[in-house]
Design a protein around this ligand. Structure first.
Ligand code: 0RQ
Length: 503
């Protein structure tokens, strides 16, 4: 294997994942690298899971608290959850095994805005950080780390943890060197200063992660791919949603409210986000910018075609094909992509200053524009709020996108009252379904209800929603935001009992 550990002292600390896992104690709080299936440690968590399983077989409890950047992969969240080894997990996750345990009440999970995680850790709200386990591309002669395919909260974990384990992954392209921008200027109140970033592609930090070699207790070498997420082909519903949004952008450009190259785009993950990006290309947009969280394969295409000029994020999430494309045109992409810590990629100050156009998926919205991004029927979490709230509250425009129904029509994604609130009516400006788009800006609650029912609801549910609103307006004590409290969540009750919201 090519030499990637250039610090002599750390070279002497190379050991197997099993040996490194022996250094981890039950009850530890561990900050792990990893963001949307990229840059997570791949060997030590699996070795730790094996130790936990063995301990549990001997009747000894072995669980740890796991803090990450965002979702990881089966080798981390999946392996530790299967071993019943996680006491507490935060923030965003998407592993089925982990989700099952959370929803069965077998472990604790805290869902917080991605931009808040680092500062909460600095505020001491998660207790002492015992250990950081961080994947890196290489170790420099002075001990600094060349980050791998995601940055996430790695800076914070390395700074705060008592001890550090580094996984040097030879699978990560060494050409990632130089693409990161790690900002060391954050401070705690009352000592905070403005963050000096005014364009999506400004570089304000350093390319490497600082790491105190004295804290490093183990270095493990791996050669393992990130969880590869290939793009699903765009379906018709997503294409229609994208079409409504792009027509709206054109309208806003014509009104002079946004420039022809739009404003920096933040785009969530998934099929609809992919359809919007593809739609922008087909509609002839050029010279756009992205200030977002994740760079997927599709974004490389948009950069290559000039649709996107630059992209700032905290993580890559590339398939093997995407990596080949990236390596084949390295110098081109290197000058157009920047990976930052997630406290900067999602920073409210920067999202507000740049005026991002936030586009995120949702589970359901209610007739007044409150949005649920996380919970089915108010109680079972899907993934978590992720970065959607960082961008929704602070962006120039906050768009939430969903098909108008789920579960083959048995569920309406527009409901009388959301069963869980992630984004309040005050943070939501545009709602889009395949039926149409509701521009909620400058509307009162009752005006919003008319727009959402008329433009976004599915025809099967539209009369039911209109009937609810009419009766609520007639019978509700307060007429500002009319509701029938005993009936407002009856659609969800019906879904839980019968698997169908329809009466
Ligand atoms: O479940 O597959 O079991 O049927 O929810 O729904 O339609 O596959 O949609 O993949 O775009 O995810 C909100 C979860 C949408 C996502 C959410 C069921 C549906 C399916 C998934 P099944 P789809 P998507 C950037 C920003 C929060 C984080 C975020 C998300 C499953 O967008 O996690 O925005 N967002 N981050 O059937 C019951 C409803 C439902 C429903 C859908 N109303 N009731 N079930 N489903 N609507 C990324 C980061 O921050 C890292």
């Amino acid at each position: 294997m090519e030499q990637r550990i250039h610090h002599a002292g750390l070279g002497a600390k190379v050991m197997s994942a099993e040996q490194a896992a022996e250094l981890i104690d039950p009850g530890m709080t561990i900050g792990m690298s990893g963001f949307t299936g990229a840059g997570y440690p791949k060997a030590v968590p699996q070795a730790l899971a094996a130790r936990m399983t063995a301990s549990h077989q001997h009747g000894e409890a072995f669980r740890v608290r796991v803090l990450t950047g965002a979702s990881t992969a089966p080798e981390l969240d999946g392996a530790l959850a299967r071993a019943d080894g996680i006491d507490l997990r935060l923030p965003y996750q998407s592993d089925p095994e982990l989700r099952g345990r959370i929803n069965r009440g077998e472990m604790d999970y805290i869902d917080i805005h991605l931009s808040h995680v680092a500062q909460y850790a600095w505020f001491g709200l998660f207790g002492k950080l015992d250990l950081a386990i961080i994947e890196a591309t290489a170790i420099l002669p002075d001990g600094r780390l060349v980050p791998s395919s995601s940055v996430g909260n790695n800076k914070t974990w390395l700074d705060l943890a008592d001890k550090v384990i580094i996984e040097v992954n030879h699978w990560q392209p060494s050409e990632l060197d130089g693409m990161h921008d790690i900002y060391y200027g954050t401070a705690l109140p009352p000592h905070r200063k403005p963050i000096p970033l005014v364009n999506p592609d400004d570089r304000i930090g350093e390319p490497y992660l600082r790491c105190d070699p004295e804290k490093v207790i183990a270095v493990v070498e791996t050669h393992a791919p990130d969880r590869n997420s290939a793009f699903a082909p765009v379906d018709e519903t997503s294409r229609q949603i994208a079409g409504h949004l792009i027509e709206f952008f054109r309208h806003e450009i014509a009104r002079g409210r946004i420039p022809p190259e739009l404003l920096p785009l933040q785009s969530g993950v998934g099929n609809i986000a992919n359809a919007v990006l593809a739609g922008l290309r087909e509609a002839g947009f050029r010279g756009l910018t992205a200030f977002t969280e994740v760079i997927q394969d599709g974004m490389l295409d948009l950069l290559a075609q000039g649709v996107l000029k630059v992209a700032s994020a905290t993580s890559f999430s590339l398939s093997p094909k995407g990596i080949d494309q990236f390596l084949a045109d390295l110098e081109f992409f290197r000058s157009r992509i920047i990976l930052r810590t997630q406290e900067i990629s999602n920073h409210p100050e920067l999202v507000r200053r740049l005026g991002c156009i936030a586009m995120n998926g949702m589970v359901e919205a209610d007739i007044y524009g409150n949005v649920n991004s996380t919970h089915v029927a108010g109680t079972s979490i899907i993934n978590g709020i992720g970065g959607s709230g960082d961008f929704a509250r602070n962006g120039f425009m906050s768009c939430f996108l969903t098909p108008s129904t789920a579960k083959h029509g048995a569920v309406s994604c527009i409901v009388p009252m959301v069963s869980h609130v992630d984004h309040t009516e005050h943070d939501v400006s545009i709602l889009v379904t395949e039926q149409g788009l509701a521009d909620l800006r400058g509307l009162s609650p009752r005006q919003r209800a008319h727009a959402i029912i008329r433009h976004c609801a599915h025809p099967d549910y539209r009369p039911l929603l209109q009937d609810y609103f009419d009766r609520a307006f007639r019978d509700s004590k307060g007429k500002h935001t009319p509701h029938l409290l005993a009936e407002a969540l009856s659609w969800h009750e019906r879904f839980v009992e019968k698997g169908d919201m329809r009466p």
